[in-house]
Write a protein that binds this ligand. Structure first.
Ligand SMILES: Cc1ncc(COP(=O)(O)O)c(C=O)c1O
Length: 410
């Protein structure tokens, strides 16, 4: 089954605009375009019922119903219970709240292991927690050349003191996919909890949380065609060990335990739009039937990913011919469609500017994976790497335009 790119692009309002048609967008790991279904849900909320929800009047009731639908749709999409799903302002916020909730677990003399490959969002909160509690923060180091994490290093690091292991599902720099279930197997005998940052994985594949043995899994909906929020699944047997971060009188509502702030109501309602988008992709490519949403989403995601891998492989083929250092693997195997590189001749910013002359939007930075880039000896961390991150709505013509611009430069 091949992805129908024309159909896909029709589902995103940006491709109906002049700029959207002109620009080849390769900063998707920073944030994706929202689907029309998301925009419609958001507009509907702001137009028709943007009041304090759940009040005793028809407008407030509609607002509450729309929010419930958004929350339920996300739970159905991920095939988890509402009680296990926290919606927060962002993934950083969710991970910080989770770390703060681990105070009774991470106590003096215990340990948290974080990976050096991670975005700072899944490190900083754990570091602060360890400092406050008199616990040890241990770093699971990457291979400085490849940026990869080796399982034997984790085996050496882990001990009876380890209470939490925090690791990314895939790297937002080198794109590599980490073997979460093998990691879970290593840490299981020690009884530690596995916290997985799925922010750079989820935009490429809807995570199958039935299979993944994570105690907590986090990703950002503004990178998965939705509104600017983070969702966090915390499994019931982990949740029960945590210190609730909500008002004391809300403790009977489990999904509020780790929601200390209460994110934008309209954005919660608009989460329904992500489910509708996956459903529409499934119905168009397979058949309109009443399969549960998570099954539709997984099948749709599968063909979206296969297409994206195909165009990413072509991009990698072209990039390998150029005088560029590609960080991590320079082939498509076991990686997401996110590629980072540097040149000896040009700064990363100069390459971004050269691409921009060809109407290609890309970005250079350390992308908050500061520790990874510094271990990989990236000279100027502010200039960082040029990152090209693809989505399933990118075209082969756009990939070729990237290569044409870079060939011209070298
Ligand atoms: C891998 C990874 N983790 C975490 C984050 C933080 O996500 P948020 O912006 O929702 O806090 C990002 C953001 O780019 C990311 O790429």
């Amino acid at each position: 089954m091949q992805l129908d790119l024309d159909f896909i692009r029709q589902q995103f309002p940006i491709f109906q605009t002049e700029l959207g048609q002109k620009i080849g967008f390769f900063d998707n790991a920073g944030g994706s375009y929202p689907a029309a279904t998301t925009v419609n849900r958001l507009t509907d909320f702001y137009t028709n019922y943007k009041v304090q929800p759940y009040g005793n009047n028809p407008i407030a009731q509609k607002a509450g119903e729309a929010m419930d639908l958004g929350r339920h749709t996300m739970a159905e999409l991920l095939h988890v219970s509402i009680d296990e799903l926290t919606i927060g302002a962002s993934s950083t916020q969710n991970l910080n709240t989770l770390a703060a909730a681990c105070k009774s677990i991470v106590t003096k003399g215990t340990e948290v292991i974080v990976s050096e490959q991670d975005h700072e969002a899944n490190i900083g909160g754990w570091e602060r927690l360890c400092r406050q509690q008199g616990a040890t923060l241990s770093i699971w180091k990457v291979d400085p050349q490849s940026g990869e994490l080796w399982l034997e290093d984790l085996e050496k690091l882990i001990s009876d003191k380890t209470k939490v292991v925090a690791v990314t599902h895939s790297s937002n720099i080198i794109g590599t996919i980490n073997p979460i279930n093998e990691i879970a197997k290593i840490i299981e005998p020690y009884g530690s909890r596995l916290v997985v940052d799925g922010v750079s994985f989820a935009p490429h594949e809807i995570p199958n949380l039935d299979e993944l043995k994570a105690d907590a899994y986090v990703f950002s909906t503004y990178k998965t065609y939705g509104t600017h929020q983070g969702v966090m699944v915390v499994r019931k047997n982990f949740l029960g060990d945590l210190d609730p971060q909500c008002h004391f009188f809300n403790r009977s509502i489990h999904y509020k335990w780790l929601d200390s702030a209460g994110p934008d109501h309209a954005s919660i309602a608009a989460l329904a739009g992500i489910g509708e988008y996956f459903s529409a992709v499934y119905d168009h490519h397979f058949q309109a039937d009443d399969l549960p949403l998570h099954e539709k989403a997984r099948k749709a995601s599968h063909i979206m990913n296969a297409y994206e891998q195909m165009i990413c492989a072509q991009l990698l083929d072209g990039l390998r011919e150029l005088p560029l250092r590609i960080y991590g693997k320079n082939t498509i195997e076991n990686r997401e469609a996110t590629i980072s590189m540097r040149s000896e001749k040009y700064t990363s910013k100069e390459m971004v500017d050269a691409l921009s002359n060809y109407n290609i939007a890309a970005k250079n930075s350390h992308f908050y994976a500061y520790r990874l880039l510094s271990t990989m000896k990236v000279k100027d961390l502010d200039d960082g790497v040029l990152r090209l991150s693809l989505s399933h709505y990118n075209s082969l013509e756009e990939v070729n335009r990237v290569l044409e611009a870079l060939r011209k430069l070298f």
